[in-house]
Design a protein around this ligand. Structure first.
Ligand code: SF4
Length: 361
């Protein structure tokens, strides 16, 4: 089903998941006796209603479906973003309950060992648990991202790295390493939680009800569809274009077969907010990590609400690993800018810490 995407709309998440799985015949695609990994997006400890994380209902419906088709050797694996505990995410996002109910173990990739793999001369530390799997099912959330515009199947694989490697990904500019990572790791099946993803931030807080679930086997095609759903062309998103060019999959969404199982006419098509672009004009970012950058953007949104952004019009705020060796005057966010005269500490600093800092300058 490489050039196919199966999609359904509605509000009954359990039924929708079962419907797309039945249509895909996933049970027959997976070789008997496979060790199956389920990789949700639990970027931080917030419930799926926040627009940040994969709903445990989808994962529960998937596990029941797999069990019914004779697949019982399953693990749920994830690593939350830098600064957040995966174990806390498992608990807050409802995955401890899923684990107990179906007797499926949870695996924290932050506690794993790693093997260095490389593509095109770029080394990266990959989870050994991930590498031990026979079949990988990826369940990203359809949502926006303040640095890469969108996040979906390709970027969700970043949770299969060590934290040290995640930092290096940001230093390398995100797009190329995300594409290369997907040349190293093969995801076998993708089921997208498109119920209420955030349109601006990967950590949620601005969920938009989209009421759709879709699946496929080509992560590039899936992400091309996600990009279009949010209001971008696939080539607007650099890592989708690179992944297409190096043969991870095809972004040719115009020639894809889109099978719609059921429609929900009452749901408006989402469009991405441009709010982030407006706020980012006050920032000079160089290789900033997502959590850090997102916290700053959110802090600026709060300052905008209070009419305080004018203070930074001619004094841009510095953030990111590219400032590690820089010393001098200015305003710096996070430990990487500790050489900057006015600085807030933390890796990453919290949104509230940034707000307090900026307000009291
Ligand atoms: S301070 Fe921010 S940009 Fe620097 S490593 Fe920490 S999270 Fe990343």
């Amino acid at each position: 089903m490489n050039n196919r995407i199966i999609i359904t709309y509605g509000q009954d998440l359990w039924k929708m998941t079962r419907d797309v799985l039945n249509e895909s015949e996933l049970g027959k695609i997976i070789p008997k006796g496979s060790y199956i990994g389920i990789k949700p997006n639990l970027v931080l400890a917030k419930p799926s209603s926040s627009g940040a994380t994969t709903s445990p209902v989808i994962v529960s419906a998937l596990i029941e479906y797999l069990n019914e088709h004779g697949h019982n050797n399953i693990v749920i694996l994830e690593s939350s973003w830098i600064g957040d505990s995966t174990k806390r995410s498992f608990k807050v996002c409802g995955y401890e309950d899923v684990s107990k109910k179906y007797n499926v173990p949870l695996f924290d990739i932050k506690q794993d060992t790693y093997t260095i793999k490389s593509f095109n001369g770029m080394d990266m530390e990959i989870s050994d648990k991930l590498l031990s799997l026979d079949f990988l099912i990826n369940i990203p959330v359809l949502k926006g991202h303040c640095q890469t515009l969108v996040t979906g199947a390709l970027k969700n694989m970043k949770g299969c790295l060590s934290d040290r490697e995640k930092r290096r990904f940001h230093a390398r500019g995100l797009h190329k390493p995300i594409a290369y990572l997907n040349k190293i790791i093969k995801q076998d099946f993708i089921l997208v939680d498109g119920m209420c993803g955030d349109l601006d931030f990967e950590e949620g807080g601005n969920p938009v009800q989209m009421n759709r679930i879709f699946c496929g086997t080509d992560p590039v095609l899936i992400d091309a569809h996600i990009a279009e759903t949010i209001g971008y062309k696939p080539h607007d998103v650099e890592y989708i274009q690179i992944a297409n060019d190096i043969g991870v999959g095809s972004s040719d969404i115009d020639n894809a077969e889109i099978i719609v199982l059921s429609k929900d006419e009452s749901i408006a098509k989402p469009s991405s907010s441009r709010k982030v672009q407006k706020l980012s004009q006050y920032v000079n970012a160089k290789e900033a990590c997502s959590a850090c950058y997102a916290n700053l953007i959110r802090a600026l949104a709060r300052l905008a609400d209070e009419g305080l952004l004018y203070r930074f019009k001619n004094n841009p705020i510095l953030i990111g690993q590219g400032y590690k060796a820089v010393k001098g005057s200015g305003i710096g966010i996070g430990q990487c800018t500790s050489g900057i005269c006015k600085n807030v500490a933390g890796c990453p600093p919290s949104t509230t810490a940034i707000i307090d800092f900026l307000k009291n300058l």
